[in-house]
Design a protein around this ligand. Structure first.
Ligand code: HEM
Length: 396
């Protein structure tokens, strides 16, 4: 057994996980947790596992079902939960809408949404950056791409939060409140998409949803559960993460005035700044895999069928890979962070998240030259897999 006690649900850990990551990385880098899973915190081990074809996804659904106490709608059917060949087929059906080339075309649209949101708060002097800026931007963009009416966003906002929080259920005792809320919200969101799909079947449009319906109707390319799971994945992954790139990223800049000043003076640094913000306090802190045969890491053997969690947030602060890793440096070069994962499941939405993050942060700094924190202690959500703020009060 390892030396370090690690309780992922400790509120102190959730508020600031980085000291615990440091301890695990140095004292117990392949940590076997009494809650029933392994934890990897070194960059090298996280990279190796994400690249390892023997570290698979499909058996995870059974772990999730055990924690949820029920079969859960849309778990186990999306690309994120599948291995080749099904992963390849499902990703192939939507990948062309998310290529860097397609996403570049969205720049003017993203800029218009950002400007509209900032126009809306102009003169107010203060805002909750999460509620009024960081959340509405990605939700509007992904709704438009998918073909989901953006005016429905109040209907699915809480479902999205519950489903995002539900990613933690695998680390909690069975049948937790978190799991129950997530199941209920998955049922609700599935029902919502069933209605929308029925409507769109009769009147297709130029959107990702209509393309998916066409693929399903073509027969052997996409089953109905896969169609529903893909819609839920794209909607949730499309906004519950990017909101936190903008939120965590803005907070990091406001806490590092020298870096904020540098970015204001040289907005051309926004590309490397966003990569550094993703590394420094990324929206996705961990993922999971299951070895299809016994694997040995740093002399410890993880058995076939055991649950392993590569902690992305820890890997991205590993001094063996990033010099002075706890320093925010928007000019950092050779920044090979794993905030978007690696290997076959590398984030499909990375080009989109980058464009949204770059335009949002640069426009915010340009239009609000006096932007400052209006709270001493911003509160992070009680959420572990996805890391983000409950709210962020700012003055401008
Ligand atoms: C800053 C924002 C984002 C971050 C940090 C992020 C992070 C990640 C990570 C770490 C994975 C890999 C998970 C794993 O290996 O288990 C992933 C997968 C994925 N992401 Fe993102 N994501 C972001 C934004 C988006 C957006 C905007 C979309 C838009 C649809 C999206 C869609 C997806 C999809 C579909 C997958 C599954 C890919 C696969 O299984 O092949 N993500 N994301």
């Amino acid at each position: 057994m390892g030396e370090v006690t690690f309780n992922p649900m400790d509120p102190e850990f959730v508020a600031d996980p980085y000291p615990t990551y440091r301890r695990l990385r140095t004292e117990d880098p392949v940590h076997q947790n009494p809650l029933g899973f392994w934890v990897l915190t070194r960059y090298e081990d996280v990279m190796a596992t994400l690249r390892d074809a023997r570290a698979v996804k499909e058996p995870i659904a059974a772990f999730v079902a055990a924690r949820f106490g029920a079969a859960v709608p849309a778990i186990g059917f999306s690309m994120l939960d599948r291995d080749p060949p099904d992963h390849t087929r499902l990703r192939g059906l939507v990948s062309k809408a998310f290529t860097p080339k397609m996403v570049e075309r969205l720049r003017p649209e993203v800029q218009a949404i950002v400007d509209g949101l900032l126009d809306g708060v102009e003169g107010a002097g203060t805002m909750d950056l999460i509620e009024q800026f960081a959340y509405p931007l990605p939700v509007t963009v992904i709704c438009q791409m998918l073909g989901v009416p953006v005016e429905d966003r109040e209907r699915f906002k809480q479902w999205g939060l519950d489903i995002a929080r539900g990613l933690d259920a695998i680390m909690l005792p069975p049948d937790s409140e978190v799991a129950r809320r997530s199941v209920a919200s998955r049922h609700a969101l599935t029902g919502y998409f069933r209605e929308l799909i029925a409507e769109r079947r009769t009147t297709p449009r130029a959107d990702v949803l209509s393309d998916l319906i066409a693929a399903e109707e073509a027969g052997d390319r996409l089953s109905e559960p896969e169609l529903l799971a893909t819609c839920i994945l794209l909607l949730i992954a499309g906004h519950e993460t990017t909101v936190n790139l903008i939120g965590n990223g803005t907070l990091a800049l406001l806490r590092h005035p020298d870096q904020l000043r540098l970015l204001r003076e040289r907005p051309g640094l926004i590309g490397s700044a966003v990569e550094e913000l993703l590394r420094f306090d990324g929206p996705v802190q961990r993922t999971a895999r299951i070895p299809s045969e016994d694997i040995t890491i740093d002399g410890r053997t993880i058995l076939k069928g055991e649950l392993v969690m590569p902690f992305i947030g820890a890997a991205d602060r590993d001094p063996a890979q990033f010099p002075d890793p706890d320093r925010l440096d928007i000019t950092r070069t050779d920044n090979r962070h794993v905030a978007f994962g690696l290997g076959i499941h590398f984030c499909l939405g990375a080009p989109l998240a980058r464009v949204e993050g770059q335009i949002a942060i640069n426009t915010l700094l340009r239009r609000m030259p006096r932007l400052a924190l209006a709270t001493e202690r911003p509160v992070f959500r009680q959420s572990l897999t996805l890391r983000g703020l409950e709210s962020l009060q700012v003055r401008f």
